[in-house]
Design a protein around this ligand. Sequence first.
Ligand SMILES: [Zn+2]
Length: 153
Amino acid sequence: MSLLKPSLRTPFHIDFAWWVENDRDWHVYFRSLLCPEHQQLLADLPEGTMVDWIDPKTAEVRPVDGIQHAIMSHCALLPDFLTEHTALVEAVFRIFLVNGNQPMSVEEMSNQLHRPAATILRTLSGPRVYRGLRPFLEARPEEHVDSVQVPDA
Ligand SMILES: [Zn+2]
């Protein structure tokens, strides 16, 4: 894996494969982001249910997790989802949910969040990956959820 030092122009996105690999309970976290209405509506949705997500910019259809779909198409668009009081990492994570996980540079995040670009860059370019926020690499081979190894299987 090549580690290029990210710059202010490096596009980032939420790498959902990171969540699957690094957080066994990622469904619990994503469910906590649902609005009260969707918490109820999707309470019985089996984990791993995929639905078609239509990329708002390219009109490309991609399969996404049903919970992520509800968040990106509804819950993240509610006014209280992201406020000026939201902690930095959480705010960065949430703008990607609001915009349907379109790759965005630190400069763009800084403009949208009105927070200093240098602070965002320092946070995102450190050794630790927060909330699956990683540089978006176009040439990267597809990572499929079903290729993830379960250690004790
Ligand atoms: Zn909702």
